[in-house]
Design a protein around this ligand. Structure first.
Ligand code: PMP
Length: 420
């Protein structure tokens, strides 16, 4: 394998951690070392590892059959559960990844509007489909006169993906309006994650969401909410926590209970783009493993266990962890702040107001501090993604958080000492 493993996101020098097993809130690597898991497979696992209802459902389904060239009742059950919880969901379609979910939502928006360009936010991650990767890692050298412009992410991105993607500044109504007004008759959709991870895990202002809702409705485009990660904020998802509803929602991760999944949902009117009952649909979403019963059964168990009360509990523990981490920064005098919501947190080695990608863009020293801290955490039994964005699982307790925070406090003390 190039680099010695498969996912670029888990690659680390000199080599990634190779995990042997996961038990509750912890994972054990092939050398027998145990880590408290604040990564939870990049936020996909909301119940940690080996959660009994999921393990039992998977064990049973492995015997009954892992995938079929036919539908199963489980897709009906999970679709019903999701539609009961999220106010504007009427129809759902399942796929295998968040990337596919976003891609299918974009394709549906194109089909429904007859337009093919889309708008997304500078720095926002939406999976690995060419158009939505545009300006994912735009850097100061690309910023020019201030207005975001499309920058390719992967080498070899077709120039057409750049001209078909309009890049917007996050939380900046005037800046967005100025850009959108030029292209509004050509745009199929605006794609937004209400709590975008790579954009710094800072929330979209409620007023900004309202502006996007009104602008898209007034100009014949769809509003797509990418909640692949942020769906873990609450039983009704992310954008529904404001007074705004999207036209289509792309989500995944936690709704698969640790198995591969993606989904698109929304009102019938828009989901009709996928409807094959009246002939070839506008978007022929398929996928050999889409809606496979392993993913659906694991997802059903994960979501059934996530009652509103469970969301409240994990979110309270999330607030506790953010408060404790913030206290660590002030105790140690290291410049920085902790952001996030629900069961998610992210460390920024930067002070001041963070409202958009450029505010959160780290200076070299901030980058080095984070790399140093994540490595220190790993060497002291804490698994944290390189981005510093961590999440909790329902099997974690306050003492797990205290253990994690103590390790980070020690790491920050060392950083403060080295820099003084
Ligand atoms: N959108 C967002 C907001 C995500 O966080 C992710 C995954 N981190 C994706 C899309 C892509 O999902 P997947 O990795 O399942 O393809």
């Amino acid at each position: 394998m190039p680099g010695g493993n498969t996912r670029t996101t888990v690659y680390a020098k000199p080599h990634p951690i190779y995990v042997k097993s996961g038990i509750g809130a912890r994972v054990v690597d092939v050398d027998g070392l145990t880590y408290l898991d604040l990564d939870n497979n990049f936020t996909a696992l909301i119940h940690g590892h080996g959660f009994t209802p999921i393990a039992e459902a998977l064990r049973e389904q492995a015997v009954f059959g892992t995938s079929f060239g036919a539908a199963t009742e489980f897709e009906v059950e999970l679709a019903e559960l999701l539609c009961e919880r999220v106010p504007y969901f009427e129809h759902v379609r399942f796929m295998n990844t968040g990337t596919e979910a976003v891609m299918n939502a974009v394709k549906a928006a194109r089909a429904l509007t007859g337009r093919y360009r889309i708008a997304k936010f500078e720095g926002a991650y939406h999976g690995s489909y060419d158009h939505v990767q545009v300006s994912l890692d735009s850097s100061p050298s690309n910023w020019g006169e201030g207005k975001p412009r499309p920058v390719a992410y992967d080498v070899g991105t077709p120039p057409s993906a750049l001209s078909e993607t309009v890049v917007l500044p996050f939380n900046d109504e005037d800046g967005c309006r100025a850009i959108l007004d030029v292209d509004k008759t050509e745009l199929a959709a605006i794609l937004i994650d209400p709590l975008p991870s790579r954009l710094g895990l800072i929330p979209a202002d409620p007023g900004f969401l309202r502006f996007l809702r009104d602008y898209t409705s007034d100009n014949g485009m769809l509003l797509i909410s990418d909640e692949v990660l942020s769906f873990r904020l609450g039983a009704e998802g992310a954008i529904s926590q404001s007074d705004v509803e999207a036209d289509l929602c792309a989500f995944g991760k936690i709704i698969g209970g640790g198995m591969p999944i993606g989904a698109v949902a929304g009102p019938r009117e828009f989901m009709a783009a996928f409807d094959p009952s009246k002939g070839k649909p506008a978007v022929s979403q398929a996928g050999t493993f889409s809606a496979n019963p392993m993913s659906l059964r694991a997802g059903l168990e994960a979501m059934r266990a996530m009652t509103p009360q469970r969301f409240e509990e994990i979110n309270e523990l999330g607030a506790y962890s953010r408060a404790q981490l913030s206290a660590c920064l002030s105790d140690t005098g290291v410049e920085g702040q902790v952001v996030g919501a629900g069961s998610l947190f992210k460390l920024h080695f930067k002070c001041g107001s963070l409202r958009n990608y450029r505010d959160t863009y780290p200076a070299d020293r901030a980058r080095q501090r984070l790399t140093r801290l994540v490595a220190f955490a790993r060497d002291n039994g804490i698994l944290l993604p390189a981005s510093g964005l961590g999440c909790l699982s329902t099997v974690m307790t306050q003492s797990d958080i205290d253990e994690f925070v103590d390790v980070l406090r020690n790491g920050l003390r060392i950083i403060a000492k080295e820099e003084s």
